[in-house]
Write a protein that binds this ligand. Sequence first.
Ligand code: BES
Ligand code: MN
Ligand code: ZN
Length: 498
Amino acid sequence: MDFQATDKSCLDWSGDCLVIGVSEELLPLNGVLVDLNAKLADLIQEVIDEAEFKGKEGSAVITRVGKGGPVRKLGLVGLGSADPLKLEDLRRAAASAARLANKEKCQSLGLSFPVWSNDPALTAQALTEGVKLALYQDNRFKSESENNGVKVEQIHLLDLAGQAKAIRQAEQTCDGVILARQLVAAPPNIVTPEKLVETATAIAQAHDMELEVLEREDCEKLGMGAFLGVAQASDLSPKFIHLTYKPADTPRRKLAIIGKGLTFDSGGLNLKVSGSGIEMMKIDMGGAAAAFGAAKAIGQLKPDVEVHFISAATENMISGHALHPGDILTASNGKTIEVNNTDAEGRLTLADALVFADKLGVDAIVDLATLTGACIVALGDHIAGLWSPDDSLANEIVKAADLSGEKLWRMPMEEKYFEGMKSVVADMKNAGPRPGSSITAALFLQQYVKDTPWAHLDVAGPVWTEKENGYHNPGATGYGVRTLVQWIMGKEILVSQG
Ligand code: BES
Ligand code: MN
Ligand code: ZN
C-alpha cells in the first residue's frame, strides 16, 4: 500500500476512485464542489438527491462515473458538522472511503478532504491512519484466505502536497498498531511469554534497541515474589522483558511504559467460570501488545526521548503447585500481599514491574493493563479508564488520547477505598470488594510506585471489538499504541505544522 501527498485537487486528479469528504456545511453544494459538479455534468447533485445524502457522519454513497471521465467511481462520505470538524471524523471517514473503494475493486484512491484546524500534517496523519487501519485484514489463522483481499494499492491525499513526512510517521505508527493487533488476536498457544520475547528481540534487532530478559532465577534474585507467584502453576517459563530505546543524543525526557503481559488468564484456582469469557483471555496481554507496538513505532520514529518498554510476561494457570487462595507473597519492594483472589493476578505482575521501573530514574511511568471487568462495567467496551495522582501527567495522556482518537476517561484515585484492601495478616490483600474494584486495583498499583509520576490505563474494554467500528475490523484493535506514540513524541507530532 503506497500513500502519496499531492498538490492535485479533486478537479484535476484522475484514477479509479475519488472520494470526497463532505461536511453538512458543504450542502447545498458550494465551494470547489460546484466546479467539480459542473465538470461531471451534474453527477454529484444527482447522487446527493437520489441518496438523500446530507453529509451526516457515517453516511456514504458511491456511484459510477460515465466512460471517459477522469475517474471510474465517485464516492461521497459524510463528515458531520464542520463546526467544529473533529480529527477523529476525518479518520473514520477515510476508513469508510477506503472500504468503499476496496469493495469496488479500485486500485487507486484519491481522497479529497478538508484540512483539520489549519493543520495539514495532522490531517494527512489522520487520513493515512484511517485508511491503513481499516484495510488491514488478519488471515493468519485461516487455511484459505477468504476472497476479500485488499485491492486498494495507491492512496493519494489531494491538496496535501508536502505532507510526505506526516504520512510516513502515520504509517510507522500503524505498523505498531498492527503488531499490537496481531499479538492480541493470536491465540494463547501461539503468543506465549517466549513469543513476546521473540517479538521484543525482533524489534530490538530491527531498530537497534537494547533488550534485557530476566529469567525466573533473575526475578527470584530481585525478589519479584508477586510476579513469580502468578507464574508458578504454568508449564511455560515466565519472562520479564525490558526493551529500551535510546536516542542518539541526550534524551529530552526518560519514560517507562509497562504492559500487563498475561498470555492467558484462567483465573488460577479462583477459576474463571463458564460465561466469564475465559475463552477470550488471550487478550490479557493487550497492555504488553500496546507497549511493544509502541516500541516498534518509536524505533522507526526515533524521537529524542529515552523509552523503556517493560512487561512481566506469564500465564495464570492451575496445577498442583498453583497459588492457593490465601497465600502470602512478598513483592520486590518488600510489601506483603495476601492473595485472597488468584484471579486478581494482573496487579501482582504489575507490582514487580512498577518497582523495577521506579528504580530506572525515569520522568514518568505509564502502565496499560486489561486489569478489571469492573472498568468495562463502568465505561463500556470503547473507553479505557485513566488513573493518576499526577494532574499534569494525566493531562498529557488525555491530550495525546484526544489527538489519537482513542477514548479514555479519567477516574478517581479515591484513597478511602483502600480500606477494602486491608488484610489482617499481610500488608494488603490483592482484591477488594466488588463495588469500585477498578479503583481499588489502581490504588493497589500505587503502592508499588514511590516518587515517579505515574498513570495507569485500564484497557480491558477497548483492546477488542466484536463489531466493525470505524477503522477497526472485528477483533483486536491495537488500542493504546497511537496514544502512547503521540504522548512519547510530544511536541514533535503535536506542534501544529499548519
Ligand atoms: N484479566 C482480567 C480482567 C478482564 C476481564 C479483562 C474481562 C478483559 C475482559 C483480570 O485479571 C481479572 O480477572 N480481574 C478480576 C479482578 C477481581 C478478581 C478483583 C475481575 O475484574 O473480575
Ligand atoms: Mn484475572
Ligand atoms: Zn487478567
